[in-house]
Design a protein around this ligand. Structure first.
Ligand SMILES: Nc1ncnc2c1ncn2[C@@H]1O[C@H](COP(=O)(O)OP(=O)(O)OP(=O)(O)O)[C@@H](O)[C@H]1O
Ligand SMILES: [Mg+2]
Length: 520
């Protein structure tokens, strides 16, 4: 913890209400954001308001158990500070900068205030460069920006943490710079699991972790993001290194702010959120910026309450991001992981000037095909696939194959899915989509494209059956084959995740399925 620089300024507690503490200082009133200690430094309080000439109101960053009126409070004479320096690499900290990995505190560190202002406009850099993740659906449809902010939006349990972990796995190895993981208000066990995984993967030497998880008081969850950013800024500005900042979950930061605001007695705004949410969020988000010294790329999970993307917390977060990856419950329930909503996700990088003409046109074509399929779904539900024009039927076949090709087995889920994780280069992802759009795979069963890496694996997984449907002339056989095809694949879409959970060898039954389809 930071040293007490001004021990002479002593006050005493006049009121305690949960995490809110009022303290009287007779000599010198501590300014806003001063850090105060009570009860032999066991209780830390941050000043948030000056009530009158002698009393300040603060929020406790630790539990306030045992705090009573009259207890002596010391003013540290400064704000909350975070440790920075080379020594913090490979370590894990709490909001105060205490090491929580059962090792001794790092030596040779400087302590810096967690409250910093964002870099001035003139210092910001404006380069646009794509950041490859090795995840097909993201690289093709939602390319991330180096030095940008990407959000993973999703309701409870749709795969935000899994996707974030996968990105850490794929990127940290290639990333030259430093990675900082900040856990805000999520499960405590996730922090411990991540620490072990990173240690096993050998990437810990270039990583720092900071946690303020759900067991901690709101004040601490509210400040842990600032502590992580202070460390990120040190690596960017002092060491001129690129930083990858991963946050799980930014909604919990907003939620902590809401609790603090409520405890401080502010009137809530829409849906109970704090009136100052926009300011609080932009103070944090604007510090994530690229300068001439280095870039901070950030990927943030955003919990979406009740799957409602119009929730004020989600809306405010959207406006800060350069790429939004929206996860959909419907795709997750069909077992199409990663459950990225292909039509709602967007990135400002998806323009011909940045990703190139071919990639841009291909992404447009994919979206168009998927959007057409979406429109046709109502007709299919009412009248059946056979009532569609043959051109529309082709669109449906392409869209369903694209949807399946854009699933991917993850390294992060190897243990419970039993399928080895795959990293796919952008070139392979684009080639695969292009070949599907050119109908090269129309004779392959849909499941041959499910949970594979590059497209050539489909050929190994399930060679096409005899293309009977194609050779038989007339509408009838096609009409007969297609509904079965449709119901077959529906059945399979449901069956796929099951077989995944059981980790059965998938290829054999699928070859049989494929043969079945083509026999009919
Ligand atoms: N890519 C994937 N492959 C297979 N299963 C997945 C995948 N992504 C998510 N899942 C399944 O969904 C479950 C929930 O995922 P995860 O913990 O990432 O959700 P979350 O969005 O972070 O939820 P929360 O909001 O509760 O933190 C996982 O335990 C797993 O069973
Ligand atoms: Mg999660």
């Amino acid at each position: 913890m930071g040293d007490i620089t001004n021990p002479s300024n002593i006050g005493s507690v006049v009121a305690v209400r949960g995490s809110v503490v009022d303290i009287r200082f007779d000599a010198h009133l501590p300014p806003i954001y001063s850090l105060l200690y009570a009860d032999e430094k066991k209780i830390a309080i941050e000043v948030l308001a000056q009530l009158d000439a002698h009393v300040v109101r603060g929020i406790a960053l630790t539990p306030t158990q045992g705090l009573a009126r009259g207890i002596v409070v010391e003013d540290t004479g400064g704000p909350l500070k975070a440790p920075v320096g080379k020594e913090i690499l490979s370590r894990m900290f709490d909001v105060f900068g205490n090491a929580i990995d059962r090792q001794s505190a790092p030596a040779n560190v400087q302590w810096r205030s967690v409250h910093q202002s964002p870099p001035a406009l003139a210092r910001r850099s404006t380069k646009s460069e794509v950041f490859e993740t090795g995840i097909k659906v993201i690289d093709v449809l939602v390319p991330l920006e180096r030095g940008g902010k990407a959000g993973l939006f999703g309701g409870a349990g749709v795969g935000k943490t899994v996707l974030l972990t996968e990105m850490i796995h794929n990127m940290i190895g290639h990333q030259e710079g430093v990675s900082i993981f900040c856990g805000i208000g999520e499960r405590c066990r996730e922090g411990e699991e991540l620490y072990r995984d990173m240690k096993a993967a050998g990437v810990l030497p270039n990583m720092v972790m900071v946690f303020g998880q759900m067991n901690e008081p709101p004040g601490s969850r509210f400040r842990v993001g600032h502590a992580a950013l202070t460390m990120a800024e040190y690596f960017r500005d002092d060491e001129h290194r690129d930083v990858l900042l991963l946050i799980d979950n930014i909604f919990r930061f907003i939620q902590a702010g809401m609790e603090v605001s409520g405890l401080m007695g502010q009137m809530p705004s829409r849906l109970g959120y704090q009136p100052t949410m926009g300011t609080e969020l932009s103070r944090l988000e604007e510090r994530i910026a690229n300068t001439d010294a280095g870039a901070i790329t950030s990927i943030q999970a955003v919990y979406v309450p009740a799957d409602d993307l119009t929730d004020p917390a989600a809306v405010h977060t959207f406006s800060h991001l350069s790429a939004s990856i929206v996860l959909s419950r419907k795709r997750a329930s069909e077992g199409l992981f990663p459950a990225v909503d292909l039509l709602q996700s967007s990135s400002k990088m998806a323009t011909p000037g940045i990703v190139g003409e071919r990639h841009y046109l291909l992404a447009q074509e994919i979206r168009k095909t998927l959007a057409q399929y979406e429109d046709l779904k109502d007709v299919i539900a009412m009248l059946g696939l056979e009532q569609l024009a043959s051109e529309d039927r082709k669109v449906v076949a392409r869209a369903r194959r694209l949807e399946r090709f854009l699933t991917q087995p993850f390294f992060a889920t190897e243990q419970f899915s039993g399928i080895k994780g795959k990293l796919v280069s952008l070139k392979d992802s684009l080639d695969g989509c292009e070949r599907i759009l050119h109908d090269e795979f129309k004779d392959y069963s849909e499941s041959a494209l499910y949970m594979i890496g590059a497209i050539d694996e489909a050929k190994k997984k399930a060679p096409p059956g005899k293309p009977e449907v194609k050779t038989e002339p007339g509408v009838k056989p096609a009409a007969k084959a297609d509904p079965e095809h449709e119901s077959e694949s529906k059945h399979k879409a449901n069956a796929e995740p099951k077989s995944e959970i059981k980790a059965e060898p998938k290829s054999k039954p699928e070859v049989e399925h494929a043969a079945d389809i083509h026999k009919s």
